[in-house]
Design a protein around this ligand. Structure first.
Ligand SMILES: [Zn+2]
Length: 490
């Protein structure tokens, strides 16, 4: 029986159109899922839309729209993005799931989760006065204020909230969390993020408010037995990670898949690696398996923003360059854990240099020689080579494998492009296009060696650039140069 492996992204908030940060996280989680499936795991891949909270409520009201209709529309944008990015819907060994936090199963699970935490003594009602950042959907403690404002949103006023709320006693779990980090040094990737989290939690976690008065903010899941309150958006949304694999109704399924490997952005580390883990502890559930933290994608060295006009739209890039060009960029050119830059100019440079002139050109060149010289092989022979290469890639090529296992797909990509470069050099050195005139046998052999390398490349690309991988295999099976270049020059 195959070993189960469960991967989730964070669920993007539906108040905005999909941006490149979402694309980055979706592509990486998808690549990991494909890699795991190819190496013998049965994979569950989850993503979806986070649909409650003040921000959405206010935005819908501003636009004079029905809130449900508003979230329906934006959830659709996100789901479309997962399709455009080629997330693994029909791939052997992968179950793909797109969830929405307004669906009934989720709503019921969140209530059940609340009740368990309350029965266990970790939820209580208190009078509360605090400053709320709507953009972050977080209360900002006095000590974190910068000029009286949220450090992440210096241009926005905080909302003063004074009401009676339910509180989650996160402070009860500070020690247990530190133990979790200390006993599992791989719990958060990269290590620097783990150290940050550890020093934060060592200072002691603060209890936090997990409900709002429905009269002021009705857009949320009602608190069980208290219709005057709705749940705080984070508290409800995080429960999706256990609900989508069966909790609380199908515990066999839950136990099969749990614990999870989670992807998140670095502005989310605290919520995923501390808040969520303390909630799991409060409900007597085991912690996540791992949190993988992505850096930000900047543009021209600064945050992308409407006012700066430097937003790069992932959908536009896909329309112009194709999905695998974007997958290539975020897997290889964006640092796996630190902030990286993406501008249209840089994208175009990299596209032409590495995909058009590098990979695409090599495939065309090799297949053209193979076609012209009449290198002959049967589909059976080729299928054998393909299968052998797939085995080899996943078991022998250590740089590739370690990169993929440790979420550094840039290293796995480097390993692919090393083969591209070596094959180019081999052609340069052996010159089969000249040798063919005097020693046909040697030339044919050399070209077949190149075809073999191209097959190796196609198999290495399977989890990262599945469409390209398929195109290469197709050209090899037809034994001819692709009619359309795999990467047209731009
Ligand atoms: Zn903020």
């Amino acid at each position: 029986m195959k070993q189960p492996f469960y991967i989730t992204t964070t669920l993007p908030y539906v108040n905005t159109k999909a941006h490149v940060g979402h694309a980055l996280e979706f592509i990486r989680a998808d690549t990991l899922a494909r890699y795991k499936a190819l190496t013998g795991f049965e994979v569950f891949l989850n993503t979806g839309a986070d649909e409650h909270g003040v921000k959405i409520y206010q935005k819908a009201k501003e636009e004079g729209r029905d809130v449900q209709e508003y979230v329906d529309e934006y959830a659709k944008h996100l789901e479309d993005l997962t399709i455009k990015l080629g997330m693994a819907r029909d791939v052997d060994g992968i179950t793909f799931n797109f969830t929405r936090t307004t669906n009934k199963e989720h709503t019921e699970a969140a209530k059940k989760f609340w009740n368990i935490c309350k029965e266990n003594g970790y939820i209580e009602k208190r009078k509360y006065k605090g400053l709320y950042c709507v953009s972050d959907e977080l209360f900002i403690p006095e000590k974190d204020l910068v000029n009286g404002r949220c450090p992440n949103h210096p241009d926005k006023d905080l909302e003063e909230v004074e009401e009676e709320n339910y509180f989650f006693k996160a402070s009860a779990f500070s020690e247990e969390l530190v133990d979790l980090y200390e006993n599992n040094p791989d719990f958060i990737f990269p290590k620097e993020r783990l150290n940050e989290m550890k020093s934060l939690v060592e200072k002691g976690l603060e209890d936090f408010s997990i409900s709002r008065l429905a009269e002021k903010m009705p857009w949320g899941i009602p608190v069980p037995y208290d219709p005057e309150q709705v749940m705080y958006v984070w508290f409800d949304a995080l429960v999706n990670y256990i609900n989508v694999i069966g909790w609380p109704d199908d515990l066999d399924s839950f136990n099969k898949w749990w614990p999870v490997t989670q992807y998140c952005g670095k502005d989310n580390t605290r919520q995923q690696a501390a808040m969520w883990q303390s909630m799991l502890m409060a409900a007597n559930l085991p912690p996540s398996r791992r949190i993988v933290v992505n850096g930000f994608v900047t543009s021209g060295g600064v945050k992308m923003s409407k006012s700066l006009g430097n937003i790069v739209d992932p959908l536009e890039l896909i329309d112009e360059f194709g999905i695998d060009a974007l997958r290539y960029y975020v897997l290889r050119e964006v640092n796996p854990f630190e902030d990286s830059d993406l501008t249209k100019k840089r994208f175009l440079e990299v596209y032409n240099a590495n995909l058009v002139n590098g990979l695409g050109n090599l495939v065309s060149r090799v297949m053209k020689m193979s076609e012209d010289f009449g290198v002959s092989y049967t589909n059976e022979q080729i299928t054998e080579v393909i299968e052998a290469e797939r085995e080899d890639v996943f078991s022998v090529d250590s740089k590739y494998r370690e990169g993929a296992e440790e979420y550094r797909f840039n290293d796995a990509m480097d390993a692919v492009f090393k083969v591209v470069q070596e094959t180019d050099e081999f052609i340069q050195k052996e010159e089969p296009f000249k040798v063919i005139k005097e020693n046909k046998e040697k030339a044919l052999q050399d070209v077949f060696t190149c075809v073999h390398s191209v097959i190796k490349i196609s198999q290495m690309l399977l989890p990262m650039m599945p469409e390209t991988s398929e195109k290469i295999v197709q050209a090899v099976l037809e034994n001819k140069k692709p009619e359309e270049p795999i990467f047209p020059r731009k």
